[in-house]
Write a protein that binds this ligand. Sequence first.
Ligand SMILES: CC(C)(COP(=O)(O)OP(=O)(O)OC[C@H]1O[C@@H](n2cnc3c(N)ncnc32)[C@H](O)[C@@H]1OP(=O)(O)O)[C@@H](O)C(=O)NCCC(=O)NCCS
Length: 223
Amino acid sequence: MSRKALFDPKLYPVCDCHLGSSDVSRTITKDMMKKLPQIDTNRLRLASFKPDDAELVYAYASNPNVARYTSWQPHETVADSAGWIEYALSHQDLEHESLNCPWAIRKRDDSLIGCISFKRTSITTGRIDYVLSESEWKQGLMTEAALAVLSWAFTHVDGIQEIESGGLTENVATVNLLRKCGMTLRKTANHHFAKFGDEEKEVSYFSITRDERKANRASREAG
Ligand SMILES: CC(C)(COP(=O)(O)OP(=O)(O)OC[C@H]1O[C@@H](n2cnc3c(N)ncnc32)[C@H](O)[C@@H]1OP(=O)(O)O)[C@@H](O)C(=O)NCCC(=O)NCCS
């Protein structure tokens, strides 16, 4: 597939309204793939994508329902998904200042069902984005994955004070998910997205601070 397609944000199968395309290509090394920490939850295992996951990514990323509110278009071919995996693996980064962790979400039977990413956006802030296969929706799985990533980031990523996320306000699933994860709506703003043509869309910006997370945990433990 062409380099242009490889770095086209429309192919990025998580909702990342701020994703910029990049011309910086990097070679995928075994070392890069090893670096991503594995996170286990009750029902899930978050770990690095593998180059041969393309058909499994295509299975969810080609679904128009899954891509309905995302900034990317549904993948048209398995090669689109393979290109995205190559992009994700080559930009996976555990360096302090450029931290970028695109985890594949697998069930305990090893089936690949989605993606959740954490990226550092400044010295003190990070952002999560996520997507799940439609057959797995509404079982609390993304809540489980997102809470695990928030916990990992606040515990292991030096300096992180606030973690952000967000999406189109009309994407009720994502708004409910972020609230469920303890995030607070900070602001809304209208934007144009190439994908949606001339129509402006309202984006809801959520976040949770380290202190808020601590307070949420304390009140859960008390109640
Ligand atoms: C958004 C998404 C990841 C949610 O994943 P999920 O595993 O179904 O979410 P959960 O089951 O953990 O649900 C979290 C909360 O959101 C609610 N929710 C989930 N889907 C919902 C929907 N379609 N409508 C209304 N509420 C919904 C759940 O009921 C739950 O709240 P509750 O426990 O108070 O009932 C999933 O719908 C998805 O992948 N959508 C397509 C991709 C996408 O839009 N990504 C985000 C772009 S910004």
